[in-house]
Design a protein around this ligand. Structure first.
Ligand code: ADP
Length: 358
């Protein structure tokens, strides 16, 4: 059992920089939470406060109902996996994995069993006598995870664990972490700047910007119903297209293009009649149709899809991920439709949704 409650947590560094503002999160037992956001948004600071590696300036941290805000890192029963693995070069893989237990003076037979069990889970059984320098980056990362597993901590913390791996290995290691999570059913917090990692790994994502939590939800919730323009632009690749549009009778008028509204969309936008809002359309929601003309300036074949960059109307930049293989030339015109639209308040950036007032 490991439930974690982060309550109204702030972080102000000694140099008066406030890195985290009023962070709130209830992590359920066995949940895999991913903190995602651009560099400098406060993800690592948050993780390090949870680990006990940074003081908490205000707020509380509860583990299984017990206040651990002031508890030193070593007594928190959490294990952290770092980006740079932090392995001891002069020790074997076995010794690296056994190290924390040896320090704690555990019974050598118990240590042996735990190391072998963790090595088995991670496919490292045949590597135990090697030194870290003899292993690949992916294997080293697994040793770092093994070192956490043997401790059987209440909470696993991962700080950008895949950043030092190449793209292919990143995908494979990501799947291993997912399997590990399924197998251990452990509570995990995982920090990354990579939205793909967030979408593929998380039970729930916490999306942050400039020290503030922007949205907490399942990957589908963040993709399908982003709370604001920031989340909409950060989650999804290639990023969502945005256009300034004015809400007219039954349609949206952009610069040099118009799009029709469905009955439901008309209802949602009723309070915005005559006002300028932001229309968001994901590239995968721009498909062949009869709504607007896309003037092509690049055509990239991805196999199943073709990624088109170009303009609609008066020089509004747009990316489209068309289903299928196309070979458009620079200057070609493609008729497109927006199969799904998102709306954002121009001033606040907040998503305009059904049942919400302007
Ligand atoms: P992220 O993990 O999202 O990249 P960080 O948590 O590392 O972001 O940093 C958040 C903010 O706090 C940044 O503005 C960063 O410069 C600042 N910061 C991080 N560590 C320190 C520190 N030790 N002292 C002062 N400011 C720091």
């Amino acid at each position: 059992m490991a439930q974690l409650n982060v309550q109204h947590v702030d972080k102000i560094y000694d140099n008066k920089v406030q890195a985290v503002f009023d962070f709130n999160l209830d992590v359920k037992d066995g949940e895999l939470i991913v903190l995602v956001g651009p560099s400098g948004c406060g993800k690592s600071t948050t993780l390090r406060m949870i680990a006990g590696l940074e003081d908490i300036s205000a707020g509380h941290l509860l583990l299984d109902g017990k206040d651990i805000t002031q508890t030193p890192a070593k007594d928190r029963d959490m294990a952290m996996v770092f980006q740079n693995y932090a392995l001891y070069g002069h020790m074997t893989i076995y010794e690296n994995m056994a190290f924390s237990l040896t320090l704690r003076k555990e019974n050598p037979n118990v240590i042996h069993k735990k190391v072998l069990a963790a090595a088995e889970i991670l496919g490292l059984t045949s590597q135990l006598n090697k030194k870290p320098s003899q292993l690949s980056g992916g294997q080293r990362q697994r040793v770092a995870m093994g070192r956490s597993i043997v401790r059987n901590p209440k909470v696993f913390l991962f700080d950008e664990p895949l950043s030092n791996l190449d793209a292919k290995l990143r995908g494979a290691t990501r799947r291993e972490i997912l399997l590990l999570h399924k197998r251990l059913q452990a509570t995990m917090l995982y920090v990354t700047h990579d939205q793909t990692e967030a979408l593929t790994l998380a039970d729930r994502i916490v999306c942050m910007s400039m020290g503030h939590v922007q949205q907490v939800g399942t990957p589908l919730e963040l993709y399908d119903a982003p709370a604001n323009r920031f989340v909409a632009s950060f989650i999804g690749l290639p990023p969502m297209n945005f256009f300034d549009v004015t809400v007219r009778e039954g349609l949206l008028e952009g610069r040099g293009f118009k799009v029709k509204l469905t009955e439901e969309e008309k209802g949602i936008l009723l309070p915005y009649a005559g006002k300028t809002i932001e229309l968001g359309v994901r590239p995968e929601d721009v498909q062949e149709g009869t709504e607007a003309t896309l003037n092509v300036f690049s055509n990239e074949n991805l196999g199943m899809n073709t990624l088109i960059h170009g303009h609609v109307g008066d020089n509004n930049r747009i990316s489209a991920k068309l289903r299928g293989w196309f070979d458009y030339e620079v200057g070609d015109n493609v008729n497109v439709a927006f199969t799904r639209k998102h709306f954002f308040d121009k001033e606040t950036g907040v998503a305009i949704r059904k049942g919400e007032k302007a």
